[in-house]
Design a protein around this ligand. Structure first.
Ligand SMILES: [Cu+2]
Length: 550
């Protein structure tokens, strides 16, 4: 068997050579890979900043940075993790690479626009770097850029806010491309109820990207206008209303949490049936819940503002709506667990990461109900309880789904496998570190430790030290996981077209896929998770192995 091609040998668009074959590519697979390296770069940067923040909080008083640097550091960590990692990660990398293949087609509907989205992503990243080294330094406002502080602070808010604006454009264009591709480019033999769940999750996400992102775009531009022209939109000193900013900000940023989590849920809906060798439980229910989450999730934004001042009726309504969103979310968790029930489970690194996702995300979701209820929320608002909650949902959720996607589709993207044992060790280290890092924060928050404070009272010292130990384990666990994947390029263990026994279309094409994806006409199954032929093939192989006649 010839050596598998390494990633830079993925088929180049005709007529383009060398670096041009990347920087001018219209191929969705190559764009997925270009996003992969850029997004991994930002993820590692933000992870390192997070690690330093945790070291700073390991002991009381100054440890490794000043209060001024601390404020900019947690803002930098938040801005990169939200706008440069968690929002684009799964849609831009795995959506670009696999959505067209799962739909049985050769590319997205607007390939050039797709290339433009990547350049906007890169430009947004560059602007964030520039604002780091520009006069005034990186903002010290937190990633929420709350006014009036973000209007008054000397730090370079306009540049960073503009970077987020540009990244929003990239996100919107990606969403537009995915929606159009699902409607206009899927294989004509594929009906809506034959579309794989990963692609469905991206479709639901794309509508939120397209409809909600413009709200944050205009809001961020208004912050720049407010700073430059002193118009008094948000600044109460000039007759403005800072609460208006909060409503506009969260009208995007809460739906944005579904832009972050829905694609991750789509990954889990692919991995669980594959290693259960069983049709996913409740396919239609999962499809409806994806769209339901996208719609209902746009109606709950003010649950971030119970302490900002609104009528009791408004608090009641937003609290009720927040509980309602938990229902379609729970439908997915029940469907995944029901699929595993009585299945012939084959443990692999992507499955282990998906099981950890289900546990961590459920803890995140359930603590979200605590925060959705006005009473407890007013007690723990702006404390480390909130920090723990959204790290369980965003890191425990989307972060682990990202790791699961990396390990699930790595063989398909690069035609090579990785070391399973190291992957298991890294997953265990990361999970144990995660628990020791974030669980103490729930307790510190309940005890009243505010978030975003540089220092704390003696009664919080023990919890912070425990969290620091967890942070170290977590950091090295993730580093080991990524290093193991990088090492696979050196080991170059060949992967077959279908190493996992998956049954969606990407497992029917070679690893890595050829330029136009399909060498033969794709076969569209009546039901996307029909494992009958995969199981038949496994049984045949088993018989051959035992030397029995077929
Ligand atoms: Cu929210």
């Amino acid at each position: 068997m010839a050596n598998p091609p390494s990633f830079y040998e993925t088929p180049a668009p005709p007529g383009l050579k060398g670096i041009k074959a990347w920087l001018l590519t219209h191929d969705h697979k190559r764009l997925g890979l270009m996003y992969l390296w850029a997004i991994l770069f930002w993820f590692v940067i933000a992870l390192c900043v997070g690690f330093l923040l945790r070291i700073e909080l390991a002991t009381m008083g100054p440890t490794i940075m000043s209060a001024r640097v601390y404020n900019s550091a947690f803002t930098l960590h938040g801005v990169i993790m939200i706008f440069l990692f968690i929002i684009p990660a799964i849609p831009a990398i795995f959506g670009n690479f696999f959505l067209p293949i799962q739909l049985g087609t050769d590319d997205v509907f607007f390939p050039r626009l797709n290339l433009l989205s990547w350049y906007l992503y890169m430009l947004g990243g560059m602007l964030a770097i520039v604002s780091l080294f520009s006069s005034g330094g990186f903002p010290d406002t937190g990633w929420t850029f709350y006014v009036p502080f973000s209007v008054g602070t000397k730090h370079n808010v306009p540049m960073t806010v503009f970077a987020a604006f540009i990244l929003g454009m990239s996100s919107m264009l990606t969403g537009l491309n995915f929606i159009t591709t699902v409607h206009r480019k899927r294989d004509p033999k594929m009906g809506w109820m034959q579309i794989p769940l990963f692609t469905w999750s991206l479709y639901a996400t794309a509508w939120v990207q397209l409809l909600a992102t413009p709200v944050i775009s205009i809001t961020l531009l208004l912050v720049i206008v407010e700073r430059v022209f002193q118009v008094g939109l948000f600044d109460p000193a000039k007759g403005g209303d800072p609460i208006l900013y909060q409503h506009l900000f969260w009208m995007y940023s809460h739906p944005a949490v579904y832009v972050m989590i829905l694609p991750g849920m789509g990954v889990i809906s692919e991995v669980i049936p594959t290693f259960s060798r069983k049709a996913i439980f409740g396919y239609k229910a999962i499809v409806v819940s994806s769209m339901g989450i996208a719609i209902a999730g746009s109606l709950v934004w003010a649950h971030h503002m119970y302490t900002s001042g609104m009528s009791d009726t408004a608090v009641f309504v937003f609290s009720l709506l927040t509980f309602l969103v938990a229902i379609p979310t729970a439908v997915k968790v029940f469907s995944w667990v029901s699929t595993l029930y009585k299945a012939s489970i084959e443990m692999t690194p992507p499955l282990l990461l998906s099981l950890v996702f289900i546990y961590l995300f459920s803890v995140g979701g359930l603590t979200g109900l605590v925060l959705g209820a006005a009473g407890p929320d007013i007690h723990v608002h702006d404390t480390h309880f909130v920090v723990a909650h959204f790290h369980f949902t965003m890191f425990g959720g989307t972060g682990f789904a990202f790791f699961a996607a990396l390990h699930y589709w790595w063989p398909k993207m690069f035609g090579i496998l990785y070391n399973f044992r190291v992957a298991y060790i890294a997953t265990t280290l990361t999970t144990v570190g995660f628990m020791f890092h974030y669980v103490p924060m729930f307790i510190l928050g309940l005890q009243g430790m505010p978030r975003r404070y540089y220092d704390y009272l003696p009664q919080y010292a023990q919890g912070n030290m425990l969290a620091a130990v967890g942070g170290v384990l977590l950091f090295f666990g993730v580093m080991l996981m990524l290093a193991n994947l990088m090492l696979s390029f050196r080991q170059r263990k060949t992967a077959s077209a279908n190493p996992w026994g998956g049954c969606t279309l990407e497992w029917t094409v070679p690893s890595p896929p050829p330029l136009h994806n399909f060498v033969t006409e794709p076969v569209i199954k009546d039901y996307p998770y029909d494992f009958s032929d995969v199981i038949a093939q496994i049984e045949t192989e088993a018989k051959v192995e035992q030397g029995k006649p077929d």
